[in-house]
Design a protein around this ligand. Structure first.
Ligand SMILES: Cc1ncc(COP(=O)(O)O)c(C=O)c1O
Length: 448
């Protein structure tokens, strides 16, 4: 395709397609890049450029683009059963997937309810928690608690239990009024014990009216890959137990070895009452989410129809067979083990490389990492931890420059991160590090 055709298509796209999480005016100077195909970590554009997808396309692409095993599982499924209503019907792919999930979820999780994206699974989890409390007679429990800086998606319920103004401020009048629990900030040195004491105080005051606490376990992704200690997660879990509050773990971004273990809750050895899975579950092939619950939760809904205890909630694409086929292939690959060991070896090496290349620079405030996820926070002043003026849009400028140089380095404010597929190779990591280092440092110099 020649340059003129590509430009015309970009102009058409910009005129009619409203892209996610964007000020569309920015697309005037930075038009959408048209991707023709992809393989492994590489996106191939219509103008024959290669871009390394180091953020796994919003963290869902767990095992590389167009992975042969996942592609053949989905393509085989395409000619057997593309979709079937999931009410009163089931199919082999769903049964096989749940058999596999049962073997890997925290012990005690036994029931699986399908939806089709992360936010929908959060909505479902909140509704299940609310209805559960109602049906066991706890009718005064009508509020939720969530963590400061948490992100759970963009639908109204999910926004309500999120804590980031960027996404939710304007919608406040539409949102539920929830209790916000503080989280230790390991960069700005908030003490874990005293933060837990603050959480305890909030439970003392509000515990009786809470149906559930929802958390991003250990990793607060959208807040800038913030990582808090497993002891804090366990402390919150214990508070929930003490006050009869359900514990919802949103493992949408953390599930399937993103934090080095199958699930982030595994670090703290806890079994949530309700757990949300999505993103990586299909390797980024198909939209799918699963809300998993213990039998204790499930049984509160199980009764004669006339008692009106059923969970009357549905999504058209629930249990979609193509998504199940993708997920089954993903779990087979993880189960085989070699990709997981490759990821854990590379995780150690990658964090050392980040430390070596970035950590001592005077404008890198913190390097944080878990699993293969590595993030660096750029600051104006390392001593005071003051950020650069957000109007300078440093992270966004770095993103544009990185893209021109062949790396998809999508920022969160002035935080840049890698969250690559588990099977990325070292050469691609090295190339990504080289590009990142060059564009980050040169753009910092430009604004100083
Ligand atoms: C922790 C977490 N929860 C929920 C969501 C929302 O998922 P979706 O974008 O599929 O609605 C995300 C998406 O980034 C997430 O990271």
């Amino acid at each position: 395709m020649n340059a003129n055709e590509i430009k015309q298509r970009a102009d058409f796209d910009r005129a009619h397609i409203w892209h996610p999480a964007a000020q569309m005016k920015d697309y005037e100077s930075f038009p959408p890049v048209e991707v023709a195909k992809a393989k492994g970590c590489i996106l191939y554009t219509q103008d024959n450029r290669e871009i390394i997808d180091i953020v796994s396309s919003w963290w869902c692409n767990l095992l590389g683009h167009c992975n042969d095993e996942i592609s053949s599982s989905v393509s085989k499924q395409l000619f057997e059963l593309e979709h079937v209503i999931f009410a009163n019907f089931t199919h082999p792919g769903a049964i096989e997937l749940v058999e596999k999930l049962l073997k890997i979820v925290p012990k005690g999780i036994e029931h699986f309810n399908f939806a089709d994206n992360g936010s929908s699974s959060v909505e479902m989890a909140l509704k299940i928690a609310f209805q559960y409390q109602h049906q066991i007679g706890q009718t005064k429990r009508v509020r939720f608690a969530c963590l400061d800086e948490d992100y759970h998606g963009e639908t109204i319920g999910a926004l309500s239990v999120g804590a980031m103004d960027l996404y939710s401020k304007i919608y406040k009048p539409m949102m539920m009024d929830n209790i916000h629990i503080p989280v230790p900030d390991m960069y700005r040195n908030t003490d874990v014990e005293s933060t837990l004491q603050k959480a305890r105080k909030l439970f003392e005051k509000h515990g009786h009216e809470l149906c559930a606490l929802i958390v991003e376990p250990i990793l607060q992704g959208a807040a800038g890959m913030r990582i808090y200690p497993k002891e804090y997660l366990k402390g919150l879990y214990d508070l929930c137990r003490e006050y009869g509050v359900l514990f919802i773990a949103d493992e949408i971004a953390t599930g399937f070895f993103r934090t080095g273990k199958m699930f982030a809750c595994d670090h703290a050895e806890i079994t949530p009452d309700i757990m949300c899975l999505s993103k990586a579950i299909t390797g980024g092939y198909m939209p799918m989410s699963v809300v998993c619950t213990t039998h204790e939760v499930y049984k509160a809904f199980y009764a004669d129809y006339s008692q009106m205890k059923a969970f009357v909630h549905s999504h058209t694409y629930a249990g979609n067979p193509l998504a199940c086929a993708a997920a089954n292939a993903v779990l087979d690959i993880l189960n085989e083990g070699s990709v997981v060991s490759q990821a854990s070896e590379n995780a150690k090496w990658l964090s050392e490389e980040f430390e070596r290349r970035f950590a001592s620079h005077e404008n890198i405030g913190q390097h944080r990492h878990i699993g293969l996820i590595n993030a660096i926070e750029i600051v104006k002043d390392r001593d005071t931890k003051e950020s650069f003026d957000s109007n300078l849009r440093l992270g966004y400028t770095i993103y544009q420059d990185a893209m021109k140089n062949g790396l998809l380095l999508r920022p969160i404010g002035d935080i840049l991160y890698f969250n690559p597929p588990l099977n990325i190779d070292r050469d691609t990591l090295t190339k990504s590090l080289d590009i990142a280092q060059e564009v980050i440092f040169s753009n910092i110099e430009k604004i100083k």
